[in-house]
Write a protein that binds this ligand. Structure first.
Ligand SMILES: Cc1cc2nc3c(=O)[nH]c(=O)nc-3n(C[C@H](O)[C@H](O)[C@H](O)COP(=O)(O)O)c2cc1C
Length: 152
């Protein structure tokens, strides 16, 4: 089975909860791990086929620790990771610029060449969540579409 890693830096649980939903849906065809970014080592990155970045928005952009994590793991392998997916959780109305910094960081790194182009942003209540109802369909469509991107 191909290995998939879902990395998060969840502080209040929203991106972790979604990461686990992805894992639940992927475990029939992939070997899936959900891990906090600080626990991810060179070995984890060296052998994966897919990486999903469960990213929290903080101060109008992708969490800085997630971006620093991307820079750290770029040195962990020579070849680009075959399949990359990203999703975001946030509390304010979504603004395109929230993902600008993340795109910039990924754009300059060698291992992020095969990014799934679709965007999933999931809105939460208040500054800490929980996930606002009514987004289930877009979440499950994204999970399904990303799965087939990673598989093929
Ligand atoms: C200190 C702080 C700053 C935040 N800044 C923003 C922000 O600028 N825009 C936004 O939409 N949400 C913001 N949020 C909300 C988080 O993005 C949201 O709660 C997210 O789901 C957190 O993910 P987590 O539960 O996985 O930690 C902020 C939350 C905190 C605690």
């Amino acid at each position: 089975m191909k290995k998939i890693l879902i990395a998060h830096n969840s502080q209040s649980g929203n991106s972790k909860k979604l990461a686990e939903e992805f894992a639940e849906n992927y475990k029939d065809i992939f070997e899936v791990d959900v891990k906090p970014i600080e626990g991810i080592n060179e070995q984890d990155i060296a052998t994966i086929h897919g990486l999903i970045l469960a990213t929290r928005i903080e101060a109008f952009g992708a969490d800085r620790k997630m971006r620093a994590f991307l820079e750290r793991i770029d040195t962990y392998r020579e070849e680009p990771i075959p399949k990359i997916g990203v999703f975001y959780t946030h509390s304010m109305k979504w603004k395109k610029f929230f993902k600008k910094g993340m795109d910039k960081t990924m754009g300059k790194l060698n291992i992020f060449k095969n990014n799934y182009p679709e965007l999933l942003e999931v809105r939460v209540k208040g500054m800490k969540g929980s996930i606002i109802d009514g987004q289930e369909e877009k979440i499950s469509n994204f999970i399904k579409n990303l799965k087939s991107y990673i598989e093929n």
